[in-house]
Design a binder for this molecule. Structure first.
Ligand SMILES: NC(=O)c1ccc[n+]([C@@H]2O[C@H](COP(=O)([O-])OP(=O)(O)OC[C@H]3O[C@@H](n4cnc5c(N)ncnc54)[C@H](OP(=O)(O)O)[C@@H]3O)[C@@H](O)[C@H]2O)c1
Length: 435
């Protein structure tokens, strides 16, 4: 039953890509949303930086303001939707909305990764909701899955393709055999990568999303700056050729694994078997592979960004928050999220199989040195390939696939090998994830 006397009034903080999509979806699906909430939902205020900028046609000019006081001073607003991004003023606006005891929906992974615990605690004290489905995986309902569908479950691990830009670049590198720099330029031209791409291609975006997921999956409050992060700039065509040869493909993964008292969190490029479900999530798509103690494996995949997919998540949160408020149970689902500090496993203690690549001068005795250095650290070799013959001054790649071993052991072997003059560039490793 729709109670048309009760109208849910929404203020949007920001009206860019996501905000525009939210306004459009609220209008397009107005009748269905009213039924699902039990009352119509309308936009009343839209806070932006530049009042003159063109907005989606569904955005009424009368909603727009550049004055936060107009928005926060409007006592009719029931719910604030933060889709401006960045740390501040987004965080201070969310704090202000919560202090007014209003529900908040946010798409802001950066703010949540840095201040999620404090903001959730503030929401819980105020007895209101802070919902953030769109902060990870765009349109994929991964937060809701962890928060509701898997609330009965003990999560053992998460492997996520959480950055569409990285996935797009790696997919094209693999399919077309192109170098990173060329695909990045193309991705920028097509709007799949920012002009300043480091947040995406250096792995920070995926790390922030991993930290947000960890709050729900592992009950962990983690400083994103302490998570081991690597990007994809160093991956080259040769790595893809070897990946192909060994039956792998290369993906950028955000990984969380329960390790007893400690938590293993890392984001980096990884080789995954071509038969893995993650190997077939290509282009800008995102995917999250969750392993639960009782459930076993569970895969979610879909569009990780874009105006309308992301709006689907934001508006789903609006429905939840508005409905809880109308039914007199605001804050219930938010109170259940109580992340606590968790100690992270040091990377030297991580155990994995490894792809190791040594670009060496083609000299007698090189292989023996590498093999000895690995053997001394108990790193056992599963496969070894030396490709081609180097001409004068040229290097040849020696590639090794190891059995399961400690990363610290591999790094010690690297130290030993680096003492020799036959290597002018440092050896490299790519972790192999058998998901
Ligand atoms: N884009 C995606 O596909 C996607 C997917 C998932 C999550 N997200 C998250 O959603 C959030 C928004 O992303 P977006 O892509 O929509 O960003 P965007 O296109 O850059 O839009 C940001 C909006 O916020 C407004 N804004 C920024 N700073 C402001 C300030 N100080 N005061 C008032 N208004 C301000 C801007 O105003 P003006 O328009 O006047 O400049 C703009 O309307 C971010 O947290 C992002 O990480 C985005």
């Amino acid at each position: 039953m729709v109670d048309s006397k009760r109208v849910v009034k929404v203020a949007l903080l920001g009206c860019g890509t996501v905000g525009g999509g939210v306004i459009r979806l609220l209008k397009e699906n107005a009748a269905e949303l009213a039924t699902r909430i039990g009352a119509p939902v309308v936009v009343k205020r839209v806070l932006v930086r530049d009042a003159k900028k063109q907005r989606v046609p569904e955005c009424e000019p009368g909603w727009i303001t550049t004055d936060p006081e107009v928005v926060f001073g409007d006592s009719e607003i029931d719910l604030f939707v933060e889709v401006m991004g960045g740390e501040n003023p987004a965080k201070s606006y969310v704090e202000r909305a919560l202090s007014l005891k209003k529900g908040v929906v946010s798409a802001n992974k950066f703010m949540l990764a840095r201040h999620g615990k404090a903001l959730l605690a503030q929401a819980a004290r105020a007895g209101v909701d802070l919902a953030f489905e769109a902060s990870v995986g765009g349109g994929i309902p991964v937060i809701r899955t962890l928060r509701e569908g898997l609330t009965s479950e003990r999560i053992l691990s998460i492997h996520g393709i959480l950055n569409g830009t990285c996935n797009y670049i790696l997919t094209r590198m693999r399919v077309e055999g192109l170098p990173f720099a060329e695909v990045l330029k193309d991705a920028q031209r097509l709007g799949y990568a920012e002009a300043e791409p480091s947040l995406d291609v250096d792995g920070h975006d995926a790390t922030q999303k991993l930290v947000v997921l960890s709050m729900l999956a592992f009950g962990a409050q983690v400083d994103d700056k302490k998570v081991h992060v690597e990007g994809i700039r160093d991956i080259d065509e040769l790595d893809f050729q070897f990946a192909e040869r060994f039956g792998f493909t290369i993906k950028h993964l955000a990984i969380g694994v329960e390790r007893g008292a400690k938590l293993e969190l890392r984001a980096h490029a990884a080789m995954v078997p071509r038969s893995s479900v993650l190997a077939n999530i290509n282009g800008v798509l995102n995917g999250v592979f969750i392993r639960g103690a009782a459930l076993g494996p569970c895969l979610l995949m879909g569009p990780g960004a874009g105006a309308m997919p992301t709006a689907v998540s934001v508006v789903a949160d609006i429905v939840d928050v508005a409905r809880a408020s109308l039914e007199g149970t605001p804050g219930l689902s938010t109170r259940a999220i109580q992340p606590k500090p968790r100690e992270l496993l040091d990377m030297t203690e991580v155990e994995s199989r490894y792809y190791l690549r040594f670009d060496v001068n083609d000299e007698p005795g090189v292989l023996a040195v590498i093999a000895k250095a690995l053997a001394e650290q108990s790193v056992s070799v599963e496969q070894l390939v030396q490709q081609g013959r180097g001409g004068t001054g040229a290097t040849v790649p020696v590639v090794i696939i190891t059995h399961q071993c400690r990363e610290g052991s591999v790094l010690k072997a690297f130290e030993e090998v680096r003492k020799y003059k036959f290597m002018s560039v440092p050896p490299r490793l790519i972790r192999i994830e058998d998901v």
